[in-house]
Design a protein around this ligand. Sequence first.
Ligand code: SME
Length: 168
Amino acid sequence: MENLGKIKADTKESFYDMLLPALEGLISSEEDSLANICNTASLLYNNLDDINWAGFYIMKDGELVLGPFGGKIACVRIKVGRGVCGSAVRDKKTYVVPNVHEFEGHIACDSASNSEIVVPIIKDGILYGVLDIDSPIFNRFDEVDKIYLEKAVEVMNKYIKWEEIARV
Ligand code: SME
C-alpha cells in the first residue's frame, strides 16, 4: 500500500475534504476491523495539526476501555458519565471542549492537553465507543471539526464491524 504523506490544505474544510476520502481509501479494502481502527487512529494523529493525542475508547461490559491511538500512554478505563469521553457516551452527543481545565471531571492523561473533542461512535442505534482527540492549544476544535469528524465516524461505520471489537 502506498504510504500517505501529510495532507496539506489552505482551509480546515479543504483539509477534511481530502482527509475523508483518504480515510475511505485506507480502510475500505481491508476486512480486519482492528487493523482499520489502528490505521484510522494513525491517519488522524499524523495529519491533524496541533494535536497531541488521537484515538479510540471502546465500550466493554459497560465502561470505556482504551483502544487504538496515537500519542502518549493514556488512562485505560473510563466510566460512563466520567470525564469528556464518559459524558459523550452518557449523552450520545459530540463534546467540543475549548478548555479541558474548566470541564467538570476532566480526566487528565497528558498534561499537555488543553482542549478536546469527543465524538460518540453510534451504529444502528448502538453506542460502541468514542473517538477522542486532544490538543495542547486552547479552543482548537470548532463546529467544522465536529461536522467532519462525525463524518469520519460515519465512514468508519461503513467498514468496521464494531460488534467484533466492543462488548455491548
Ligand atoms: N481527557 C479524557 C480522557 C482521555 S485522554 O484525553 C486520552 C476525558 O476527560 O474523557
